[in-house]
Design a protein around this ligand. Structure first.
Ligand SMILES: NC(=O)c1ccc[n+]([C@@H]2O[C@H](COP(=O)([O-])OP(=O)(O)OC[C@H]3O[C@@H](n4cnc5c(N)ncnc54)[C@H](O)[C@@H]3O)[C@@H](O)[C@H]2O)c1
Length: 343
């Protein structure tokens, strides 16, 4: 990026994932500067602020009153994203909002309109698009002939809620379809371009007793031009599995473990040593570079430079798609989610 002052950021929500954002901010001081951290728990805000000499605050309004805060990074629980992003935009601040951008498509669309109206950047934390395998795939795709089918399988293991609010999400609000599906669907949107699916079919199930929502889902999507996609996501797979296959007229591209890009079996992109430590295990992949690149791209967007962040419009399209997926899953498989767990 050309010489520009780093973007002054207030981190809103100093919980579990904030550690990844703070470590990334520490690694890219030329792009961003943490000016304040916010959490209703003062100790959490203080701990997050300490290494940056930032202000530790307990409310978003206090952060929005600081002139140095050009942007907010919202990493609070999902139900707060919509209202906090709206407050930030209304106060003239750019926003990078952890996924999901909002709980409903209508709310997400309203945020995208507000950002456009104020000329502000609204980006969503679709973190895993920010890497060399995805960038190279997007660059090379036009050489490989028409894309016909995409298959994404992203399966991890969470032994119960990772934050208390996971346990209280209702089946209607959605668990994995709200928390995890955005990453896989963002990839599908990236490769399918501006088209939204013509048809959506989803099945979902709950295997674990520690929450009320679905923890496993299978989604099929029909796109204009006879193209198709399938997405399988799971919180129940102890041997972590992360594959993306793309069937083009001239062959098959794959992204394995989020990092290795292959074309007809030949490796085109491989991460540096030490990134894929043990990709079959939870925590066995180094993820810091995704978060660092995400902050660099967001800073570029705020400075009006070329960037790879999802736009507010694309993030809203994604939440509108999730609305359709949730509705399909409720219609098709509510009986696999709602009954008391007996297994
Ligand atoms: N990009 C990724 O890969 C990724 C990974 C994990 C989580 N996330 C997302 O990050 C967000 C946070 O998840 P988490 O696991 O860190 O949750 P968490 O519960 O650990 O952290 C949320 C924090 O927000 C604080 N908070 C509550 N109310 C607040 C308010 N009004 N203002 C400011 N802060 C408030 C809580 O005290 C807590 O410290 C979620 O939206 C989740 O979907 C993204």
């Amino acid at each position: 990026m050309p010489e520009m002052p780093p973007v002054g950021i207030a981190l809103i929500g100093s919980g579990r994932i904030s550690g990844a954002h703070l470590a990334a901010a520490m690694a890219v001081p030329d792009a961003v500067r943490i000016v304040a951290t916010v959490d209703p728990d003062p100790a959490a805000a203080q701990q997050a602020a300490a290494s940056f000499g930032a202000l530790a605050l307990t409310s978003l309004d206090e952060a929005l009153a600081l002139p140095d805060v050009e942007a907010v990074l919202i990493s609070s629980p999902n139900t707060l994203h919509g209202e906090q992003a709206l407050a930030a935009l209304a106060a003239g601040r750019h926003a990078l909002v952890e996924k999901p951008l909002a709980e409903t498509g209508a709310q997400a669309r309203m945020l995208a309109s507000e950002a456009a109206r104020h000329g502000l950047v609204l980006a969503a934390g679709h973190t895993y698009r920010h890497n060399a395998a995805v960038d190279t795939l997007i660059d090379r795709m036009p050489d490989w002939g028409p894309l016909r089918a995409v298959s994404v399988s992203s399966c991890v293991f969470w032994d119960g809620p990772q934050a208390p609010w996971w346990a209280t999400r209702s089946p209607e609000e959605g668990l994995i379809l709200s928390l995890f599906a955005p990453h896989s669907l963002d990839f599908v949107q990236l490769v399918m371009g501006a088209d939204d699916p013509l048809r959506v079919h989803a099945e979902a199930a709950r295997w674990q007793p520690g929450w009320a929502g679905e923890d496993e889902a299978m989604i099929t999507l029909a796109y204009p031009g006879r193209r198709m996609a399938s997405v399988h996501i799971s919180y129940n797979q102890r041997s972590v599995f992360d594959r993306k296959s793309l069937h083009f007229a001239q062959g098959v591209a794959e992204i394995v473990d989020g990092e290795v890009l292959k074309w007809n079996g030949d490796v085109l992109v491989c991460p540096p040593e030490g990134v894929l430590v043990n990709p079959r295990q939870m925590g066995g992949r180094r993820m810091g570079h995704f978060f660092e690149q995400q902050l660099r791209e967001f800073a570029a967007a705020v400075r009006g430079l070329p960037h790879c962040c999802p736009t507010g419009h694309d993030a809203a399209r994604l939440i509108e798609l999730i609305d359709r997926i949730k509705a399909s899953a409720r219609t098709n498989s509510a009986d696999a989610i709602d009954p008391p767990f007996e297994g």
